[in-house]
Design a protein around this ligand. Structure first.
Ligand SMILES: O=P(O)(O)OC[C@H]1O[C@H](OP(=O)(O)OP(=O)(O)O)[C@H](O)[C@@H]1O
Ligand SMILES: Nc1ncnc2[nH]cnc12
Length: 201
């Protein structure tokens, strides 16, 4: 398989990268699976950003199920009482884990979307700034929370979310992303919290 395949879609050139030496915290096979279903989109949403589009992974039922089962196996199905998904792509991952394990989902949303009193945290990410919120009553004391998202880049989004969960009374027991952009330093920023990334590039 070539290292890069150029795909033309909707008039936009995108590059699909198949890493022959894929690595991640659930082993090379899982890392290869994720890598084979990520599309690299140059200059989105801004010039100079190489956007990692995981929609092909979400769209492949067998691959998506394998990834979700792998995340649950890594943490242990009894290790969390709730799963937090970060808007918007994290919602897809969180809902699937919640369904697979029978726990509930708590959405962490962009500012102004939650209807009741909420904690807020502002942060910078690779291509801008944003504010995230969680309902103040989202957790009861001691609630064990697994936090999930699609991509870890600078770690701004994740750091804000972990802070929000703890302000709202939850205890973060795990953090998983499908893909980590290691050169942006998110893992170091979150240290000493452990990061579980299925694919690290
Ligand atoms: O580590 P960081 O530099 O903070 O970047 C990672 C975040 O960026 C993307 O979200 P985005 O804010 O683009 O939201 P979306 O899922 O709604 O597209 C991605 O889904 C992560 O949440
Ligand atoms: N390069 C990137 N691709 C996808 N999501 C991101 N979030 C932050 N940087 C990103």
């Amino acid at each position: 398989m070539p290292d890069a395949v150029v795909v033309e879609g909707n008039g936009t050139a995108v590059t699909e990268t198949h890493s022959t030496a894929a690595r991640g915290d659930s082993g090379p096979e899982t890392a290869r699976l994720v890598a084979s279903r990520v599309l690299d989109v140059p200059d989105f949403p801004k010039p100079g950003v190489l956007f990692k589009d995981l929609m092909p992974l979400f769209a492949d039922g067998a691959a998506f199920r394998e990834v979700i089962d792998g995340i649950v196996a890594h943490h242990g199905r009894d290790s969390f009482d709730a799963v937090v998904g970060i808007e918007a792509r994290g919602f897809v991952v969180a809902a699937a884990i919640a369904y697979a394990t029978g726990v509930g989902v708590v959405p962490v949303r962009k500012a102004g979307k939650l209807p009741r009193p909420a904690y807020s945290a502002s942060y910078a990410l690779e291509y801008g700034e944003a504010t995230l919120e969680v309902h103040e009553d989202a957790f009861t004391a001691g609630h064990r929370v697994l936090v999930v998202d699609d991509v870890l880049a600078t770690g701004g989004t994740a750091a804000a979310t972990l802070d929000l969960v703890e302000r709202a009374g939850g205890t973060v027991t795990g953090f998983t992303v499908l893909m980590e952009l290691a050169f942006l330093g998110g893992r170091e920023r979150l240290a000493p919290r452990p990061v579980h990334a299925l694919l690290t590039v």
